[in-house]
Design a protein around this ligand. Sequence first.
Ligand SMILES: [Zn+2]
Ligand SMILES: [Zn+2]
Length: 318
Amino acid sequence: MVGRPGPMASEPLELVEREVPVPGPGEVLVRVEACGVCRTDLHLAEGDLAPRRPRTSPGHQVVGRVEGTGERVGVAWLRSTCGTCRYCRRGMENLCPRSTYTGWDADGGYAEYVVAPADYVYPLPGDRPAVELAPLLCAGIIGYRALARCDLPPGGRLGIYGFGASAHLTAQAAIAQGAVVHAVSRSAASRELALELGAASATGGPPPEPLDAAILFAPVGDLVPPALEALDRGGTLAVAGIHLTDVPVLNYERHLFRERTLRSVTANTRADGRAYLELALAHPPHVMAVPYAFEEADRALGDLAADRVNGAAVLVMA
Ligand SMILES: [Zn+2]
Ligand SMILES: [Zn+2]
Protein backbone atom coordinates (compact mmCIF):
# COMPACT_ATOMS: atom_id res chain seq x y z
CA MET A 1 0.00 0.00 0.00
CA VAL A 2 1.04 3.63 -0.41
CA GLY A 3 2.34 5.01 2.90
CA ARG A 4 3.46 8.55 2.21
CA PRO A 5 3.27 9.40 -1.54
CA GLY A 6 6.56 10.57 -3.01
CA PRO A 7 9.18 9.84 -5.68
CA MET A 8 9.90 6.11 -6.10
CA ALA A 9 13.39 6.78 -4.67
CA SER A 10 11.67 7.63 -1.35
CA GLU A 11 10.05 4.14 -1.31
CA PRO A 12 6.40 5.19 -0.97
CA LEU A 13 5.14 1.58 -1.07
CA GLU A 14 5.00 -0.41 2.16
CA LEU A 15 4.45 -4.15 2.44
CA VAL A 16 2.00 -4.79 5.27
CA GLU A 17 0.08 -7.74 6.73
CA ARG A 18 -3.68 -7.24 6.83
CA GLU A 19 -6.79 -9.23 7.62
CA VAL A 20 -8.54 -10.74 4.61
CA PRO A 21 -11.16 -8.08 3.70
CA VAL A 22 -14.83 -8.90 4.23
CA PRO A 23 -17.15 -8.22 1.27
CA GLY A 24 -20.21 -6.06 1.96
CA PRO A 25 -23.64 -6.47 0.37
CA GLY A 26 -23.35 -6.79 -3.42
CA GLU A 27 -19.60 -7.25 -3.23
CA VAL A 28 -17.34 -10.19 -4.02
CA LEU A 29 -14.09 -11.24 -2.40
CA VAL A 30 -11.50 -12.01 -5.06
CA ARG A 31 -8.30 -13.95 -4.48
CA VAL A 32 -5.73 -12.22 -6.66
CA GLU A 33 -3.75 -14.23 -9.21
CA ALA A 34 -2.12 -11.30 -10.98
CA CYS A 35 -2.40 -7.52 -11.07
CA GLY A 36 -1.24 -5.33 -13.91
CA VAL A 37 0.91 -2.31 -13.14
CA CYS A 38 -0.45 0.92 -14.60
CA ARG A 39 1.05 4.39 -14.85
CA THR A 40 -1.86 5.57 -12.70
CA ASP A 41 -0.47 3.42 -9.87
CA LEU A 42 2.78 5.32 -10.27
CA HIS A 43 0.92 8.66 -10.15
CA LEU A 44 -0.76 7.49 -6.91
CA ALA A 45 2.50 6.28 -5.37
CA GLU A 46 4.35 9.45 -6.30
CA GLY A 47 1.53 11.82 -5.37
CA ASP A 48 0.76 13.25 -8.84
CA LEU A 49 -2.79 12.16 -8.00
CA ALA A 50 -3.80 13.23 -4.51
CA PRO A 51 -4.73 10.28 -2.27
CA ARG A 52 -8.45 9.96 -1.58
CA ARG A 53 -7.95 7.56 1.29
CA PRO A 54 -4.82 7.01 3.40
CA ARG A 55 -2.75 3.85 3.18
CA THR A 56 -4.55 2.40 0.17
CA SER A 57 -3.22 -0.45 -1.96
CA PRO A 58 -3.02 0.52 -5.63
CA GLY A 59 -3.74 -1.84 -8.50
CA HIS A 60 -6.74 -1.96 -10.82
CA GLN A 61 -5.97 -4.66 -13.36
CA VAL A 62 -6.77 -7.64 -11.18
CA VAL A 63 -7.28 -11.17 -12.42
CA GLY A 64 -8.50 -13.53 -9.74
CA ARG A 65 -11.06 -16.03 -8.53
CA VAL A 66 -14.17 -15.22 -6.55
CA GLU A 67 -13.95 -16.91 -3.17
CA GLY A 68 -16.72 -19.45 -2.81
CA THR A 69 -17.67 -19.83 -6.48
CA GLY A 70 -14.19 -19.98 -8.06
CA GLU A 71 -15.40 -17.83 -10.95
CA ARG A 72 -12.55 -16.07 -12.82
CA VAL A 73 -13.09 -12.32 -12.89
CA GLY A 74 -11.30 -9.09 -13.68
CA VAL A 75 -11.41 -6.08 -11.36
CA ALA A 76 -10.74 -2.84 -13.22
CA TRP A 77 -10.38 0.89 -12.49
CA LEU A 78 -14.05 1.91 -12.43
CA ARG A 79 -15.29 0.62 -9.08
CA SER A 80 -18.72 2.21 -8.79
CA THR A 81 -20.97 4.96 -10.14
CA CYS A 82 -24.15 6.48 -8.76
CA GLY A 83 -26.42 5.32 -11.60
CA THR A 84 -28.75 8.29 -11.20
CA CYS A 85 -26.88 11.48 -12.19
CA ARG A 86 -27.30 13.11 -15.60
CA TYR A 87 -24.07 11.50 -16.87
CA CYS A 88 -24.93 8.01 -15.69
CA ARG A 89 -28.42 8.31 -17.19
CA ARG A 90 -27.08 9.22 -20.61
CA GLY A 91 -24.55 6.38 -20.81
CA MET A 92 -21.55 8.44 -19.70
CA GLU A 93 -20.93 6.83 -16.33
CA ASN A 94 -17.20 7.48 -16.80
CA LEU A 95 -18.04 11.13 -16.01
CA CYS A 96 -20.13 10.37 -12.91
CA PRO A 97 -19.12 12.89 -10.19
CA ARG A 98 -19.74 10.21 -7.55
CA SER A 99 -17.71 7.49 -9.29
CA THR A 100 -15.14 5.59 -7.25
CA TYR A 101 -11.98 3.86 -8.37
CA THR A 102 -10.15 0.67 -7.48
CA GLY A 103 -6.87 1.42 -5.75
CA TRP A 104 -7.80 5.08 -5.14
CA ASP A 105 -11.08 5.08 -3.20
CA ALA A 106 -10.71 1.47 -2.06
CA ASP A 107 -7.88 -1.02 -1.75
CA GLY A 108 -6.77 -2.46 -5.06
CA GLY A 109 -4.95 -5.51 -6.35
CA TYR A 110 -1.43 -5.06 -5.01
CA ALA A 111 -2.63 -7.54 -2.42
CA GLU A 112 -3.58 -11.18 -1.99
CA TYR A 113 -7.28 -10.35 -1.80
CA VAL A 114 -9.45 -7.55 -3.09
CA VAL A 115 -13.12 -6.74 -2.56
CA ALA A 116 -15.16 -5.32 -5.45
CA PRO A 117 -18.82 -4.62 -6.27
CA ALA A 118 -20.12 -7.62 -8.25
CA ASP A 119 -21.78 -5.34 -10.84
CA TYR A 120 -18.42 -3.84 -11.78
CA VAL A 121 -16.28 -6.96 -12.28
CA TYR A 122 -15.85 -8.61 -15.67
CA PRO A 123 -16.13 -12.36 -16.25
CA LEU A 124 -12.89 -13.81 -17.65
CA PRO A 125 -12.07 -17.21 -19.13
CA GLY A 126 -10.52 -19.71 -16.74
CA ASP A 127 -8.04 -21.17 -19.20
CA ARG A 128 -5.83 -18.19 -20.09
CA PRO A 129 -2.70 -17.17 -18.17
CA ALA A 130 -3.56 -14.44 -15.65
CA VAL A 131 -0.43 -12.53 -16.62
CA GLU A 132 -1.77 -12.10 -20.17
CA LEU A 133 -5.28 -11.13 -19.09
CA ALA A 134 -4.34 -8.51 -16.49
CA PRO A 135 -3.08 -5.80 -18.90
CA LEU A 136 -6.34 -5.96 -20.84
CA LEU A 137 -8.21 -4.54 -17.83
CA CYS A 138 -6.85 -0.99 -17.96
CA ALA A 139 -4.13 -0.74 -20.60
CA GLY A 140 -6.47 -2.45 -23.03
CA ILE A 141 -9.79 -0.90 -22.04
CA ILE A 142 -8.52 2.69 -21.74
CA GLY A 143 -6.59 2.37 -24.99
CA TYR A 144 -9.78 1.15 -26.64
CA ARG A 145 -11.70 4.17 -25.38
CA ALA A 146 -8.87 6.49 -26.48
CA LEU A 147 -9.01 4.92 -29.94
CA ALA A 148 -12.73 5.66 -30.08
CA ARG A 149 -12.19 9.21 -28.79
CA CYS A 150 -9.59 10.09 -31.45
CA ASP A 151 -12.11 9.56 -34.27
CA LEU A 152 -9.73 7.65 -36.53
CA PRO A 153 -11.35 7.28 -39.96
CA PRO A 154 -11.37 3.79 -41.54
CA GLY A 155 -7.92 3.00 -42.91
CA GLY A 156 -6.62 6.25 -41.41
CA ARG A 157 -3.16 7.25 -40.24
CA LEU A 158 -2.83 7.04 -36.45
CA GLY A 159 0.00 8.47 -34.38
CA ILE A 160 0.79 6.90 -31.01
CA TYR A 161 2.95 8.97 -28.67
CA GLY A 162 4.61 6.93 -25.93
CA PHE A 163 4.69 3.19 -26.49
CA GLY A 164 4.04 1.39 -23.21
CA ALA A 165 1.48 -1.10 -21.96
CA SER A 166 -1.63 0.64 -23.27
CA ALA A 167 -0.06 1.74 -26.55
CA HIS A 168 1.14 -1.74 -27.47
CA LEU A 169 -2.40 -3.13 -27.13
CA THR A 170 -4.07 -0.13 -28.78
CA ALA A 171 -1.71 -0.27 -31.75
CA GLN A 172 -2.74 -3.89 -32.35
CA ALA A 173 -6.44 -3.04 -32.11
CA ALA A 174 -5.98 -0.15 -34.57
CA ILE A 175 -3.93 -2.20 -37.04
CA ALA A 176 -6.57 -4.96 -36.91
CA GLN A 177 -9.11 -2.30 -37.99
CA GLY A 178 -6.93 -1.35 -40.96
CA ALA A 179 -5.17 1.70 -39.52
CA VAL A 180 -1.65 2.76 -40.49
CA VAL A 181 0.15 3.27 -37.18
CA HIS A 182 3.11 5.56 -36.60
CA ALA A 183 4.72 5.19 -33.16
CA VAL A 184 6.67 7.98 -31.50
CA SER A 185 8.76 6.98 -28.50
CA ARG A 186 12.05 8.00 -26.96
CA SER A 187 12.77 4.36 -26.03
CA ALA A 188 14.62 2.32 -28.68
CA ALA A 189 13.24 -0.94 -27.26
CA SER A 190 9.66 0.36 -27.48
CA ARG A 191 10.20 1.51 -31.05
CA GLU A 192 11.43 -1.97 -31.91
CA LEU A 193 8.36 -3.50 -30.26
CA ALA A 194 6.09 -1.15 -32.23
CA LEU A 195 7.61 -2.30 -35.51
CA GLU A 196 7.33 -5.97 -34.50
CA LEU A 197 3.63 -5.44 -33.79
CA GLY A 198 3.06 -4.00 -37.25
CA ALA A 199 3.56 -0.24 -36.95
CA ALA A 200 4.40 1.40 -40.27
CA SER A 201 7.07 3.52 -38.61
CA ALA A 202 8.59 4.11 -35.20
CA THR A 203 10.69 7.19 -34.56
CA GLY A 204 11.71 9.62 -31.88
CA GLY A 205 9.37 11.98 -33.77
CA PRO A 206 7.99 13.72 -35.71
CA PRO A 207 5.98 11.09 -37.66
CA PRO A 208 6.79 10.71 -41.38
CA GLU A 209 3.39 11.80 -42.73
CA PRO A 210 0.42 13.93 -41.60
CA LEU A 211 -1.90 12.05 -39.23
CA ASP A 212 -5.68 11.71 -39.22
CA ALA A 213 -5.70 11.00 -35.51
CA ALA A 214 -3.30 10.58 -32.63
CA ILE A 215 -3.27 9.32 -29.05
CA LEU A 216 -0.93 10.74 -26.45
CA PHE A 217 -0.09 8.04 -23.90
CA ALA A 218 3.04 9.67 -22.45
CA PRO A 219 2.02 11.93 -19.51
CA VAL A 220 4.00 14.79 -21.03
CA GLY A 221 2.19 18.04 -21.82
CA ASP A 222 5.17 19.26 -23.85
CA LEU A 223 4.20 16.70 -26.50
CA VAL A 224 0.77 18.26 -27.09
CA PRO A 225 1.90 21.10 -29.43
CA PRO A 226 4.07 18.91 -31.70
CA ALA A 227 1.38 16.19 -31.73
CA LEU A 228 -1.25 18.75 -32.79
CA GLU A 229 1.11 20.15 -35.40
CA ALA A 230 1.59 16.66 -36.87
CA LEU A 231 -2.16 16.26 -37.43
CA ASP A 232 -3.61 16.63 -40.89
CA ARG A 233 -6.60 18.95 -41.45
CA GLY A 234 -9.54 17.83 -39.33
CA GLY A 235 -7.42 15.50 -37.19
CA THR A 236 -8.00 14.74 -33.53
CA LEU A 237 -5.52 14.26 -30.70
CA ALA A 238 -6.82 12.30 -27.69
CA VAL A 239 -4.89 12.46 -24.40
CA ALA A 240 -5.27 9.02 -22.84
CA GLY A 241 -3.80 9.49 -19.37
CA ILE A 242 -5.37 10.59 -16.10
CA HIS A 243 -2.50 12.98 -15.44
CA LEU A 244 -0.57 15.24 -17.80
CA THR A 245 2.14 17.77 -17.05
CA ASP A 246 1.20 21.31 -18.07
CA VAL A 247 0.48 21.94 -21.72
CA PRO A 248 2.61 24.79 -23.12
CA VAL A 249 0.99 27.78 -24.80
CA LEU A 250 -0.63 26.82 -28.10
CA ASN A 251 -0.55 28.83 -31.29
CA TYR A 252 -3.92 28.85 -32.98
CA GLU A 253 -2.61 28.75 -36.56
CA ARG A 254 0.07 26.10 -35.98
CA HIS A 255 -1.76 23.84 -33.56
CA LEU A 256 -5.55 24.15 -33.85
CA PHE A 257 -6.75 25.94 -36.96
CA ARG A 258 -8.11 23.79 -39.83
CA GLU A 259 -10.41 22.04 -37.41
CA ARG A 260 -7.90 20.08 -35.45
CA THR A 261 -9.30 18.87 -32.12
CA LEU A 262 -7.71 18.23 -28.74
CA ARG A 263 -9.61 15.85 -26.43
CA SER A 264 -9.17 14.16 -23.10
CA VAL A 265 -10.11 10.61 -22.18
CA THR A 266 -11.63 10.11 -18.73
CA ALA A 267 -11.74 6.55 -17.39
CA ASN A 268 -14.21 4.27 -19.17
CA THR A 269 -17.74 2.98 -18.98
CA ARG A 270 -18.55 -0.65 -18.26
CA ALA A 271 -19.84 -0.84 -21.82
CA ASP A 272 -16.33 0.09 -23.06
CA GLY A 273 -14.89 -2.61 -20.82
CA ARG A 274 -17.26 -5.30 -22.03
CA ALA A 275 -16.83 -4.34 -25.69
CA TYR A 276 -13.04 -4.34 -25.47
CA LEU A 277 -12.81 -7.61 -23.55
CA GLU A 278 -15.15 -9.31 -26.01
CA LEU A 279 -12.89 -8.19 -28.85
CA ALA A 280 -9.66 -9.05 -27.04
CA LEU A 281 -10.85 -12.50 -25.98
CA ALA A 282 -12.12 -13.33 -29.50
CA HIS A 283 -8.96 -12.01 -31.19
CA PRO A 284 -6.28 -12.14 -28.50
CA PRO A 285 -3.60 -9.47 -28.92
CA HIS A 286 0.03 -10.30 -28.42
CA VAL A 287 0.51 -9.26 -24.78
CA MET A 288 4.10 -8.37 -23.91
CA ALA A 289 3.75 -9.09 -20.20
CA VAL A 290 6.75 -8.40 -17.99
CA PRO A 291 6.15 -10.39 -14.77
CA TYR A 292 7.27 -9.28 -11.32
CA ALA A 293 6.80 -11.10 -8.02
CA PHE A 294 4.16 -9.53 -5.76
CA GLU A 295 6.86 -8.38 -3.32
CA GLU A 296 8.61 -6.53 -6.14
CA ALA A 297 5.86 -3.93 -6.70
CA ASP A 298 8.22 -1.07 -5.93
CA ARG A 299 10.77 -2.36 -8.43
CA ALA A 300 8.03 -2.64 -11.06
CA LEU A 301 6.90 0.97 -10.46
CA GLY A 302 10.51 2.15 -10.41
CA ASP A 303 11.11 0.48 -13.77
CA LEU A 304 7.95 2.08 -15.15
CA ALA A 305 9.07 5.50 -13.88
CA ALA A 306 12.43 5.05 -15.60
CA ASP A 307 10.97 3.75 -18.91
CA ARG A 308 12.58 0.37 -18.37
CA VAL A 309 9.41 -1.72 -18.97
CA ASN A 310 8.97 -2.84 -22.58
CA GLY A 311 5.32 -3.90 -22.68
CA ALA A 312 3.09 -4.34 -19.63
CA ALA A 313 4.43 -4.96 -16.12
CA VAL A 314 2.34 -7.44 -14.13
CA LEU A 315 2.59 -8.48 -10.47
CA VAL A 316 2.17 -12.21 -10.06
CA MET A 317 1.06 -13.86 -6.84
CA ALA A 318 3.07 -16.91 -5.81
ZN1 LIG B 1 -4.80 2.07 -15.27
ZN1 LIG C 1 -23.59 9.09 -11.69
